[in-house]
Design a protein around this ligand. Structure first.
Ligand code: ADP
Ligand code: MG
Length: 263
């Protein structure tokens, strides 16, 4: 489906990046418009998490070429915090545990720092609690999780739901979910997918990074991309995910060998 006049939220061109001196991203191109859901699939080690971290501005990853344009501005030189405030949200494959910091406090600080940067007044503790309780419904989370240390002792599924809760509060313009489906049983997967679907709107966009087709039966992507060796080597509609489910990723090697042979 072509959505006319949609505005471009993210434009990645020729992006190369390295970590610890090893070049991982080898020229990624991707354009994401408002209202779109993109899935990035690929084998383990193909560079998916690296791509998500580079988008979020992780300091360990060094961009060596190309550009990342977010809402019309090159964000390569900006700090991760600035990107978050501008509306980029990354749900980590492995969410951090922070003992001693309550989940509620963490969420309030994150929420307030965004308000502050928008020139708005901070929300007080009581109003914030009301707001969080509204959002808890989206991920069907028990309020007791708010009082616990951030992610400490949370099960895999609870951590992932907590990431979606953060997203529900921060209402990012671009949400990148890195393997949010991994380690989830079917009930948790449905809750997470349902939350993502409730949060998707014509004004925002999502990049779902996933190894499996499973999540995409609950969240329907507009585009599916296959990453291999740090590049997007194939793009298509949602049917591409089903095709991958059937064929696995082995065809990539054949195609790559054929490509080299014809050079
Ligand atoms: P994916 O998320 O697709 O499984 P990653 O982006 O995590 O892939 O990893 C891509 C490649 O980068 C892998 O070969 C991985 O070993 C390598 N890599 C990731 N992080 C580092 C690091 N800190 N130092 C060296 N190599 C890394
Ligand atoms: Mg990964």
């Amino acid at each position: 489906m072509i959505k006319e006049n949609s505005k471009v939220i993210l434009s990645v061109r020729g992006l190369t990046a390295e970590v610890d001196g090893t070049e991982i991203l080898q020229g990624v191109n991707l354009e994401v418009k408002a209202g779109e859901i993109h899935a990035v699939m690929g084998r383990n080690g193909s560079g998916k998490s690296t791509f998500s971290k580079v988008l979020a501005g992780h300091p360990e990853y060094k961009v060596t070429g190309g550009e990342i344009i977010f809402k019309g501005e090159n964000i390569l030189e900006t700090e991760p915090e600035e990107r978050a405030i501008a509306g980029i949200f990354l749900a980590f494959q492995y969410p951090l545990e922070i003992p001693g910091v309550s989940n509620l406090d963490f969420l309030r600080v994150a929420y307030n720092s965004r308000l502050k940067n928008q020139g708005k007044e901070e929300i007080d503790v009581f109003d914030f609690e009301d707001l969080v309780h509204e959002k808890l419904d989206i991920v069907k989370m028990n309020p007791s999780f708010l009082e616990r240390s951030l992610n400490e002792g949370f099960s895999g599924g609870e951590k992932k739901r907590n990431e979606i809760l953060q997203m529900a509060l921060l209402e990012p313009m671009l949400a990148i979910l890195d393997e949010t489906d991994s380690g989830l049983d079917i009930d948790a997967l449905k809750i997470v997918a349902d939350g993502v679907n409730q949060l998707a709107s014509p004004d925002n966009a999502m990049i779902l990074i996933t190894h499996y087709q499973r999540m995409l039966t609950y969240i329907e992507p507009d585009f599916v991309h296959v990453m291999h060796a740090g590049r997007i080597i194939k793009s298509g509609g949602k049917e591409l995910a089903l095709e991958l489910e059937k064929t696995g990723y082995d065809w990539i090697d054949q195609e790559m060998t054929a490509e080299v042979a014809t050079r």
